[in-house]
Design a protein around this ligand. Structure first.
Ligand code: IMP
Ligand code: MG
Length: 181
């Protein structure tokens, strides 16, 4: 099994192995393929940087229909806490006008980020917006926006790995680690 790690001043312990993640990703991809493989439109996968990079790659590899890929960078976390303020340091990399968009997120926590993103996409003329997230923290999610594709639900604790960071460290880990109690 993989071991404890230290990032900056904090210790993290193993939580979800890459093997378990991959099985959940297979299921999510199956659902997306079922929904889009017969679609007459070419959908856009929208990767929310930086966290969703790995998940987006894993979903795209499993996708059996023609799709575009765009990105946007959004931030809300400082250290291990959400600030509640969403920043967009890099806007949409392409036009979503008239397009069906599948947002790819690493984790939905309070939901502030995806609600702000949904508003941006509708304002830019997207014809439909679906949300696909690797992880959710159902205890803290307070929005009415439905999460269309969810990999796994987790408890309300701080995690790193598989794209997720603690002040920019830990994104490269292929497994997920949780802050030690
Ligand atoms: P929300 O706006 O509260 O839903 O927060 C979503 C964003 O916060 C995600 O896209 C992540 O970048 C970040 N985030 C939320 N929870 C965690 C965590 O446990 N570890 C690392 N980043 C997190
Ligand atoms: Mg993120």
């Amino acid at each position: 099994m993989y071991e404890k790690i230290t990032l900056h001043d904090k210790t993290f312990v193993p939580y979800i192995s890459n093997e378990v993640l991959e099985k959940a990703i297979d299921k999510v991809a199956e659902k997306i393929n079922a929904d889009y493989s017969r679609s007459s439109k070419t959908p856009v996968f929208l990767c929310v940087l930086n966290g969703a990079m790995m998940f987006a790659g894993d979903i795209l590899k499993r996708c059996n229909f023609t799709a575009e890929l765009m990105s946007i960078k959004m931030t809300s976390y400082v250290g291990t806490e959400s600030t509640g303020k969403i920043k967009v340091p890099m806007g949409l990399t392409g036009s979503v006008e008239g397009k069906d968009v599948i947002v790819i997120e690493d984790i939905v926590d309070t939901g502030n980020t995806i609600v702000a993103l949904r508003d941006i996409l509708l304002e830019k003329g997207a014809s439909a917006v679906k949300i696909c997230t690797m992880l959710t923290k159902p205890e803290v999610y307070k929005q009415s926006l439905p999460l269309d594709y969810v990999g796994m639900e987790i408890e309300n604790r701080f995690i790193v790995g598989y794209g997720l960071d603690y002040d920019e460290l830990g994104r490269n880990l292929k497994d997920i680690y949780i802050l030690e109690k």
